[in-house]
Design a protein around this ligand. Sequence first.
Ligand SMILES: CC(C)(COP(=O)(O)OP(=O)(O)OC[C@H]1O[C@@H](n2cnc3c(N)ncnc32)[C@H](O)[C@@H]1OP(=O)(O)O)[C@@H](O)C(=O)NCCC(=O)NCCS
Length: 175
Amino acid sequence: MFDRLKREIAFIRANDPAAGSIPEILMLYPGYKAVRRHRISHWLFKHKHTFLARYLSERTKRITGVEIHPGAQIGDCLFIDHGMGVVIGETTIIGNNCVIYQGATLGGTGKEKGKRHPTLGDNIMVGAGAKILGSVTIGNGAKIAAGAVVVRDVPPGSTAIGIPATIRMPANVHY
Ligand SMILES: CC(C)(COP(=O)(O)OP(=O)(O)OC[C@H]1O[C@@H](n2cnc3c(N)ncnc32)[C@H](O)[C@@H]1OP(=O)(O)O)[C@@H](O)C(=O)NCCC(=O)NCCS
């Protein structure tokens, strides 16, 4: 558990030049608080304590402005910077070392049942206000631009920009 805390704090420091002392990061980063509380609500959800799980995630939303459904599966070192307005749906899966900025939604289109939220790989950045909708897959290392609306898969290493998002690959990568 302490190893995880150390990794998460190091990841936050690596991604936020404004990050200060450990108490500051532990107590004053609402996105990080939301992720830590989500781990408890996810455990409750998996062990069929659905009401308690939802209760905890609702309380967390009120405290942090971040809404993560207890069913969402989140890997190591998710950094939600600023926090306010982030929504992460029930069947979302997020890999390791991802950064999500304020106002981003990992949500459904309203047309799918079952697995209806995005799957993110590792090392992904989701910009402020971006919306990723539906059971789409975002490949490792992809970036989703601030304000983009993504409704299709995004290849690894690419950047999705605009509404609806178009894909830009780095010049030396062909997909
Ligand atoms: C998309 C982003 C990741 C940059 O990726 P990049 O691959 O380095 O892209 P570039 O900066 O080279 O820009 C590529 C093009 O997209 C445009 N662009 C960049 N970000 C954009 C955005 N969010 N929306 C629309 N267009 C954007 C650029 O103007 C440029 O256009 P051009 O080719 O016509 O000149 C970055 O601009 C971004 O949106 N980051 C989000 C960070 C964030 O949310 N921060 C919040 C902190 S509080």
